[in-house]
Ligand binder design. Sequence first.
Ligand SMILES: [Zn+2]
Length: 215
Amino acid sequence: MGANRHKSVDSRGRCTPEVFGEVLPGSEGPVGSRSHNLNSTRRASLMQEPVLVLNATYEPINVTAVRRAMVLMLKGVAQAEEMHNTEVHSAAHAHRVPSVIRLLAYRHIPQQSRALSRKNILLRDRNTCQFCVRVFPSSELTLDHVVPRSRGGRSTWENLVACCYRCNNSKGDRTPEEAGLKLARRPRPFTLHTSRQLMRLIGHRDERWRKYLFY
Ligand SMILES: [Zn+2]
């Protein structure tokens, strides 16, 4: 047991549910001591489970991680609407793990608020290489300028796509047409519509989310 327990609970390689540019503060922080490795790793992965965030009006606006959701609840910014049957224990208390939370004050969400970042491009493209249409872990993807920078291609939502290293290499400093490659779909800005689609995709895993997403 000693040897493989490290391996079996390592969730680093998968596509994390850290959606919509929400960074988990301190998610890589110290967790427990070595002797409690299994429990603390389980707890760490539980703390990164996705939580649906609703606006005060019950409109789904975001997905965050359990850790961040619990911070928002402790600060009195949000309250739990749906819970998992699991608990996490702090020094003095047991807390049930939220699955859906709701902000207590209404927050205005601008339509085009998504920052152009590597993470958001990978999210938009669902970690799928836009040329060979295979899914990769984030670490195995790069960003490709569809029209190369050397040809005046800009770093915009419309000109950047997720791309595996192999396709990126074979494309080189050429346009897709020149390289004989075809884009899986035309790259678009990350809109609220994209966010909703992603939330629904994730929501299929957690039935507690459905009534908020499939209306
Ligand atoms: Zn590829």
